[in-house]
Design a protein around this ligand. Structure first.
Ligand code: SF4
Length: 313
């Protein structure tokens, strides 16, 4: 008898509304201004998306100093510190902000806390551009970054009754919950965000992986190495019952030898910046390798979020 494989596709997976909006902003800017258009930082963390935009004329840089002054520049979906648009304005540059509205929401929140004289604890990953952008909304020292349960336990605060917390939008829901529980225990009057900062797309993708992971022998999360969102999905799959869970940029990075020999049920999901055609390519590849292939989609919710594009003048 030939070898067979069942694929469980987690749904929702892949592109979220903020990523779709950011990519559209770059495409519209290219149409409007012509190439090249500069983008400060990778517009979203996926190498396929970047290569496609590069072919159309986008140039990705890390600093405004690398942008010629007469060429428009776009700020990535992760958001930027206040100093960035300020500097662009001072240099008279044309800039378009592709910050996801759900990241902007966190920016507004921290500003509100600051105005209320509250010190902010930000739960996030040090060095991630979103965290740099959020911390850069306020003067230095007004936000304390913590990353782990240990950090929450060891935190020392001067005015513990004037505290609020915010989080990165792409954290692990479970990890964030553990950290928040400690903060609330240690600082009972700490203010929580009015609505979760971890965004709907992160939440749905993690919950969908939680559904499929216990049923799978192996899980592939499609995404780039620097995608926070995709890396969290790998952790979730492991925590919820599938220790063989790996990140893969595309079908070529998947260890098909192991899958051929050891796997009957393969789970697949993708981070919020991963295009769907990469999933299609994995299924096509599996069709070639296995004599019989069954694909089942496990859907936990339907997403209908969309964000308006900013005016591109
Ligand atoms: S993952 Fe969430 S916060 Fe990030 S771009 Fe998508 S919708 Fe926005």
């Amino acid at each position: 008898m030939g070898k067979s494989l069942k694929i469980l596709l987690a749904n929702p997976r892949g592109f979220c509304a903020g990523v779709g909006r950011a990519i559209s902003i770059v495409e519209k800017a290219l149409e409007k201004y012509g190439a090249p258009v500069y983008v400060r930082h990778e517009i979203v963390h996926n190498s396929y998306v970047l290569d496609k935009l590069r072919r159309k004329g986008a140039i990705f840089v890390e600093s405004l100093d690398e942008v010629p002054e007469d060429v428009p520049v776009i700020f990535s979906a992760h958001g930027v510190a206040k100093s960035v648009p300020k500097k662009a304005s001072a240099k008279n540059m044309t800039f378009i902000d592709a910050t996801c509205p759900l990241v902007s929401k966190v920016h507004k929140e921290v500003e509100k806390y600051f105005k209320n004289n509250q010190h902010i604890i930000l739960i996030g990953h040090r060095g991630h551009p979103e965290v740099i952008g959020t911390m850069g909304q306020l003067p230095k020292g007004e936000i304390t970054l913590i990353e782990t349960v240990e950090d929450a336990k060891n935190l020392t605060i001067k005015a513990p009754d004037k505290l609020a917390y915010a989080t990165q939008t792409t954290l692990s829901i479970d990890d964030a919950k553990d950290i928040v529980a400690i903060l609330k225990k240690r600082f009972p009057s700490i203010k929580s965000p009015p609505k979760e900062d971890i965004c709907y797309a992160t939440t749905n993708r993690q919950n969908a992986v939680k559904m499929i992971a216990p049923k799978c022998d192996y899980v592939v999360i499609v995404g780039s190495n620097n995608s926070s969102n995709a890396n969290r999905l790998v952790e979730v799959a492991k925590k919820y019952g599938c220790l063989q869970a790996y990140l893969a940029a595309d079908e070529q990075k998947i260890n098909w030898d192991i899958i051929k020999d050891e796997v009957s049920v393969l789970g697949i999901s993708a981070g919020a910046s991963t295009p769907e055609f990469l999933i299609d390519k994995i299924i096509q590849k599996a069709k070639k390798i296995f004599d019989s292939l069954e694909v089942e989609e496990i859907s936990i919710t339907k997403e209908n979020m969309s964000f308006k594009l900013p005016k591109i003048k």
